[in-house]
Design a protein around this ligand. Structure first.
Ligand code: ADP
Ligand code: MG
Length: 286
């Protein structure tokens, strides 16, 4: 595929629902018209990313993606497999550079969390977390107490001495979460972090993440292909098209207290997202 300059603007009148509203009206995280909205933590301006392929044309993974995430906002990015979600996170993390456009995090620290916890198998849970503290220069005298605090935050206070193979998949992701928090990031970039977990464990970790975000004013950009997860967690959900990824729709989800994965409100939003994604995948015949 060659690099295209075509730009698709989000449809103005796609289906709305009682539990969600479309942006353009009152997107959380965007500066309010009166200038009193939250500051923008992450701003992507017409970001495109093309990868070189051996011998063939360039592969366009993202095409003129513009989006903002406000300080303290929880934004879910959803789209079919291969639509460029991980590419987008890598660009925000600064692990890769866009082919065109700008990524701006205003100098905020970003932390990353992936589907695989990527823990050092020979180190205990505590040592895995401590390593992240050491990497950012926390003095040795403070590290032990900070590590314990972080393990308690993810409810693993009594498991610091265990090695990864002695922990369940959910517990390993809790350690990964503690390690991400140890980076003291303002912006947490999460790439399908609960994708490999069973539904029950995922559900529990959603609650933990919601609690932790409430305690620390974290900005989260969360990638998933799970519509229920997006509807459960997001203040806003951004839908990406099939490759090349473009923003095709945004939904603002009013937060009226604690959501449950099986609540009618989450189901309704998830159904909307599913319909829109099916339409998108159908259009691309994949
Ligand atoms: P997603 O996370 O939505 O599944 P990715 O961002 O991983 O999608 O990938 C988007 C597209 O870019 C895919 O077609 C993928 O094969 C391609 N891609 C991703 N990374 C690279 C790379 N380093 N080199 C070449 N192609 C890549
Ligand atoms: Mg991915």
């Amino acid at each position: 595929m060659t690099v295209s300059n075509e730009q698709v603007t989000p449809p103005a009148n796609s289906p709305g629902a009682s539990a969600l509203s479309q942006t353009g009206v009152s997107a959380a995280g965007r500066p309010a018209p009166d200038g009193h909205g939250p500051a923008v933590a992450v701003r992507l301006t017409e970001v495109s990313k093309a990868y070189r392929t051996t011998g063939g044309p360039q592969l366009l993974a993202l095409d003129q993606v513009s989006l903002t995430v406000g300080d303290g906002e929880f934004v879910c990015n959803i789209g079919a497999s291969g639509c460029g979600k991980s590419t987008l996170l890598n660009l925000v993390a600064g692990l890769d550079q866009p082919t065109a456009g700008q990524v701006d995090t205003g100098g905020r620290k970003v932390g990353l969390m992936f589907q695989e916890p990527a823990l050092f198998p020979w180190l205990t849970a505590a040592r895995n977390v401590e390593l992240a503290l050491r990497a950012r220069g926390v003095p040795k005298s403070e590290r032990q107490a900070r590590t314990q605090e972080l393990l308690e935050t993810v409810r693993l206070g009594g498991f610091g001495g265990k090695r990864p193979h002695e922990l369940s998949g959910g517990m390993r992701q809790r350690v990964a979460m503690a390690r991400a928090l140890a980076q003291d990031a303002d912006v947490l970039l999460m790439d399908e972090p609960f994708g490999a977990l069973d539904a029950m464990t995922r559900d529990l970790l959603h609650d933990e993440l919601e609690r932790i975000c409430g305690e620390r004013t974290l900005t989260v950009l969360f990638v998933t292909h799970n519509v229920r997860e997006a509807a459960r967690l997001g203040d806003r959900v951004i839908l990406l098209s099939s490759r090349p990824g473009r923003v095709i729709e945004e939904y603002v989800l009013p937060r009226t207290g604690h959501r449950r994965i099986d609540s009618p409100e989450v189901s309704e939003v998830a159904a909307r997202l599913t319909d829109r994604l099916r339409e998108e995948v159908g259009r691309h015949g994949s």
